[in-house]
Design a protein around this ligand. Structure first.
Ligand code: ATP
Length: 308
């Protein structure tokens, strides 16, 4: 689906992207992670063909993005991180315009626009100028124009920025369903937010590839993998928790007193032991969460290691 070889992008003499080589197979849903300035947006822009490379190659479904840009762009949908162009247009006018640029006319155009509007629930905003919309709705318009032509590859740059919790949930569901139909690459500085949708994680730092692994592997490498977080109004008996089989340590939450995280030794499942202890001691617990692993910590660690 995507073949990237020795891709490099220099901006003002510095390497924004440095000698990246990787492939993405059809149907993969890839999370592109890294700290601010890691090179995520630059890589997405290079894949979308919206900026020129310094060297290296990108092929999308066998089509070279730089020698056959028009053919490549037909199969790519791109939601940029930055503001949309033509933002004085109404949402309807803007989406009609994008559909025409994509070559749709008449009934086909109406069908494509209606479908995107329905998927993003944009009907109430159709007559509003894009620039007057709140950030969350503008983000939805950006997503609608990206999927309008049914691309084979969807590139999303921070798709949940500016959205509230319920909108984020809807976008997560939408990306999950889009990922059934197309290959999706999402750049995000908040990896936890959409973690349920990704099959694979690419981590970059200073424009270099730091990790390319299944998402679950990245989660498993977190020291919080299989950790259990408990919250209670009364102080908990930490010693009783610490001596349970498989417990590696305990972290108290300084921000929310009464909340503790019990870490598991590698390969150990501690959740049932904690449950039994709670039942035996009749503790009143407000919440009990099994942690999937903290991706932000792993990415921070990887970035720190490389910076040394
Ligand atoms: N137009 C530009 N002019 C100068 N430097 C740039 C430009 N675009 C990107 N850079 C630099 O390239 C590097 C990569 O930037 P990029 O925006 O791709 O990172 P990012 O991982 O997307 O960060 P963020 O999460 O903050 O958006 C950074 O050092 C950035 O300062």
């Amino acid at each position: 689906m995507i073949e990237i070889s020795n891709l490099t992008k220099r901006i003002s003499q510095a390497f924004a992207i440095h000698d990246l080589t990787f492939r993405v197979e059809p149907g993969e849903c890839v999370g592109l992670f890294g700290y601010d300035g890691a090179g995520k947006s630059t890589l997405i822009k290079l894949l979308a063909g919206s900026i020129q490379r310094s060297s290296g190659n990108i092929k999308i479904c066998g089509i070279d993005i730089y020698t056959q840009p028009l053919n490549a762009k037909k199969i790519i949908g791109y939601q940029p991180d930055s503001a949309l162009s033509h933002s004085t247009m109404t949402v309807k006018g803007f989406l009609n315009f994008i559909a025409e640029v994509r070559g749709f006319r008449g009934m086909d155009k109406r069908k494509m626009v209606d479908r995107a509007v329905t998927r993003l629930e944009l009907w109430p905003a159709l007559k509003s100028p894009v620039q007057t919309l709140p950030p969350g709705l503008r983000r939805k318009v950006a997503l609608a124009q990206a999927i309008l032509h049914d691309p084979k590859l969807l590139l999303l740059d921070e798709p949940t920025d500016g959205l509230d919790a319920s909108q984020k949930h809807k976008i997560r569901m939408l990306i999950k369903s889009l990922a059934q139909e197309m290959t999706v690459i999402t750049a995000s500085r908040n990896p936890e937010e959409l973690s349920g949708v990704y099959s694979r994680a690419l981590v970059i730092g200073d424009g270099r590839l730091l990790a390319d692994v299944p998402l679950q592997e990245l989660q498993r490498s977190s020291r919080h993998y299989q950790a259990v977080t408990l919250a209670a109004d009364e102080p908990l008996d930490l010693l009783a928790l610490a001596v349970l089989p498989g417990v590696a340590g305990i972290e108290e939450d300084r921000v929310s007193p009464g909340s503790v995280t019990v870490l598991a030794m590698p390969g150990q499942i501690i959740y049932p032991h904690i449950n039994t202890l709670i039942a035996n001691r009749r503790w009143k617990i407000n919440s009990l969460t099994l942690e999937p692993g903290r991706l932000s910590d792993v990415i921070h660690h990887l970035s720190q290691e490389t910076a040394k």
